[in-house]
Design a protein around this ligand. Structure first.
Ligand SMILES: Nc1ncnc2c1ncn2[C@@H]1O[C@H](COP(=O)(O)OP(=O)(O)OP(=O)(O)O)[C@@H](O)[C@H]1O
Ligand SMILES: [Mg+2]
Length: 450
């Protein structure tokens, strides 16, 4: 079932239910009030007759007094003890037959239902005792059919039922219009999604007015998501094209040297050794690049935090690189151990990337330090090498970006190191800051919030 139909039916059912309850309450209150008014009327009439009888005592004019108060479809009787009817005036023989004379000496009024020609009718029966000095107590009985009331009840019933039906129809029509209006952005979204699914191209939902409601927020969120997907798709395309481009150069070099070897064989030993060396170098480059790609692909995975001593981690990493590259790496720190919750392997990878840069782009010693303040832990790596020009500092975190391609060809970089390092540190809510002076060295700082 469509959601609009569901909303429509539910609201209509709710409105009808509410109206039915309200109408029932109105109906019964109305009937109660009407009967109460009729009862008061009869008692007023009884009081009037009582006064006249008390004035005259029982005289010959009794029937006249009673007849004066007789209304349509009613009777008035005087009853003596022993249920004896002293006198009765009536214009409704059937009513007077159905309601038996009964002597009571307390004032009361009752509603009764009697069978009439056209079904059942409500009647009122009032008994009022009258004290007549030495003649004792007589009972005045008045009974009336509530015909006017029956009619009013029927009219009220018709009005209430028809107004409920009218409200239900209005609610159905209005509800349909309203739910269509409210659901319009949702329908838009469905058709846009459908278009995206069929054509495979990213389309945003057109929302002219800022309605400041949840649907507007939903559409805006959807559009933001599309923007993001579009951005990601473009980044992916760019990555594939950049990556293929990066592979192309070493592959071309390898192929041309392989061709050379194929053509000339190993007669020229120096040339052959040179070719094999270059092929080996370029293959290593491709291998490193592939590893970097794998790292990049894994960056989206969430990090696994564990308690790590950063001082020990920096020390062991520096020691490893020192023994491999035979270069001086000094580490200084003022706190030890320095236990923090980080992804140990990934932070080690960041330190390796920064140390690798320092090693590649300098020839002197390298100074590392670990500092701590109220908010952050800072791992610094300082080299005294070629440095980075000021205007390039903003670009070095971009994928495949290398300051000097020719220079980097010798050092064998792919331009992915800093991008990977920055992404890892961002996953830890931290950042990497690099300051540099061309010709005198570079300082890279990993800043991790505590
Ligand atoms: N310590 C440094 N001294 C001088 N230049 C640097 C230093 N660190 C980075 N750079 C410059 O920034 C560029 C980007 O560095 P990045 O680490 O991302 O790539 P890479 O070192 O070229 O290759 P990869 O690290 O992927 O092997 C480098 O190519 C280099 O030009
Ligand atoms: Mg690097």
């Amino acid at each position: 079932m469509r959601i609009t139909t569901k909303i429509n039916l539910l609201t209509t059912a709710w409105i009808v239910g509410l109206l039915v309850v309200i109408n029932i309450i109105v109906f019964f209150l109305f009937m109660e009030t009407m009967i109460h008014m009729e009862q008061n009327n009869i008692f007023d009439k009884a009081d009037q007759i009582t006064k006249e009888i008390e004035k005259d005592q029982i005289s010959n004019d009794l029937d006249k007094i009673l007849n004066n108060s007789l209304v349509e479809d009613s009777f008035i009787r005087i009853i003596l003890p022993g249920n004896r009817v002293m006198t009765e005036v009536t214009n409704d023989k059937i009513l007077s037959q159905k309601i038996k004379a009964k002597y009571v000496n307390t004032k009361n009024i009752k509603t009764r239902v009697i069978a009439g020609q056209k079904g059942e009718v409500q009647v009122l029966v009032a008994n009022v005792p009258i004290r007549l000095g030495n003649q004792g107590v007589i009972c005045l009985q008045i009974s009336e059919r509530l015909l006017g009331l029956e009619l009013r009840r029927e009219i009220l019933r018709v009005i209430l039922i028809s107004s409920t039906i009218f409200a239900a129809v209005l609610s159905l029509i209005g509800g349909r219009w309203l739910s269509n209006l409210i659901m319009k952005p949702v329908f838009n979204m469905i058709s846009t999604m459908d278009r995206i699914e069929k054509s495979g191209s990213m389309v945003k939902i057109d929302m002219q007015k800022d309605t400041k409601d949840e649907l507007y927020t939903m559409v805006m969120t959807f559009n933001k998501m599309i923007d993001r997907l579009q951005g990601n798709m473009e980044k992916q395309k760019q990555f594939v094209s950049d990556a293929s481009h990066e592979f192309k150069t070493p592959l071309t070099v390898i192929k041309s040297y392989a061709n050379l070897l194929q053509r000339q064989g190993f007669q020229d030993e120096i040339m052959a050794r040179d070719a094999v060396q270059t092929i080996h170098l370029e293959t290593t480059r491709i291998q490193k690049m592939t590893e970097a790609f794998l790292d990049l692909a894994n960056l989206d995975n969430s990090i696994v935090l564990n308690e790590t001593d950063l001082v020990a981690l920096c020390q062991s990493t520096a020691d490893q690189l020192q023994s491999v590259y035979k270069r001086e790496i000094n580490l200084s720190f003022s706190y030890s151990p320095l236990i923090v919750s980080v992804d140990e392997l990934r932070i080690k990878q960041v330190i390796v990337i920064l140390l690798d840069n320092a090693l590649k782009y300098s020839a002197d010693k390298i100074d590392c330090f670990i500092e701590k303040n109220d908010e952050n832990i800072i791992i610094g790596i300082k080299d005294y090498g070629i440095g980075i020009p000021q205007e390039e500092l903003g670009n070095i975190f971009e994928r495949f970006y290398r300051v000097d391609k020719a220079r980097n060809r010798e050092t064998g970089g792919s331009g992915l190191g800093l991008h990977i390092a920055e992404s890892i540190v961002k996953l830890h809510n931290g950042k990497i800051e690099i300051t540099s002076n061309e010709g005198s060295g570079t300082l890279a700082r990993i800043i991790l919030p505590i």
